[in-house]
Design a protein around this ligand. Structure first.
Ligand code: CA
Length: 241
């Protein structure tokens, strides 16, 4: 049974969410403050599978919570609830490490679908449905194959350095590696990796690219793996010469 943590201070909304997630077969816990959320996820960790995090909370805002969680290495798949018409909030959410977002007020069916999407993508990422090997899937790249990304542990190893990726960082990297050599538009990435429609603001993609470059490039200011294709987007080069 998937466990979900809801962080939402509007009680009627939290109640409705609990009811509906429970009806869908989730085990649900709801808290109202950033402090309680951080406690549940960090001090006294319970293995939650998904986090639904509101931005407007009485103590700290959701971006701060997200940032603190990611900085502490808590990489739970997270959907943030942002206010309508604040596209800057979407950027801030992704930048803080959120995996997906939904603007309020939202359609409940869409929220349920997005949460299922996060869980599915996590399974797809970990290939639980079709495990290729007992050890799980990993992909290698780099001129001498010296860089490895493991999709079970979400760890990227670059020589002797290990980076922990968020779910969507890993998903994006997997997508890029699998489409190696092809120029990919931001819209294609946001559609194929996040499952968001083409009207979504694509600027968060660039923040993800900046982060991935920091991990995988020897010199992030002169990228050789994740190359900019002017007027299009990006192209992944597995073995730069
Ligand atoms: Ca709120």
């Amino acid at each position: 049974m998937n466990r979900i943590l809801i962080v939402e201070d509007e009680q009627h909304l939290a109640k409705g969410l609990c009811f509906n997630f429970e009806r869908e077969g989730y085990q649900v816990e709801a808290v109202e403050t950033a402090k309680d959320a951080l406690e549940r996820l960090m001090l006294n960790p319970v293995p939650f599978d998904v986090l639904v995090l509101d931005v407007m909370l009485p103590d700290k805002d959701g971006f701060t919570v997200m940032t603190e969680l990611r900085q502490a290495g808590q990489l739970i798949p997270t959907l943030m609830l942002t206010a309508r018409g604040h596209s800057a909030d979407v950027l801030r959410g992704f930048e803080a490490g959120a995996d997906d977002y939904l603007t309020k007020p939202f359609d409940l069916a869409i929220l349920l679908a997005r949460v299922r999407g996060l869980l599915r993508r996590r399974e797809w990422l970990q290939n639980r449905a079709h495990p290729p090997a007992a050890s799980g899937e990993s992909l290698q790249f780099g001129t001498a194959g010296e860089k490895t990304v493991d999709f079970d542990s979400l760890e990227l190893t670059v020589r002797d350095q290990v980076f922990r990726l968020t779910l969507m960082e890993a998903n994006l990297l997997k997508y890029l590696i699998r489409h190696e050599g092809k120029p990919l538009s931001r819209k294609a990435m946001i559609g194929d990796v996040w499952g968001l429609d083409e009207n979504t603001d694509t600027r968060p993609i660039d923040n993800f690219i900046v982060r991935l470059r920091r991990y995988i490039e020897d010199d992030p200011t002169r990228p050789r793996h994740l190359v900019t294709v002017r007027g299009v987007g990006y192209r992944f080069v597995s073995k730069p010469v």
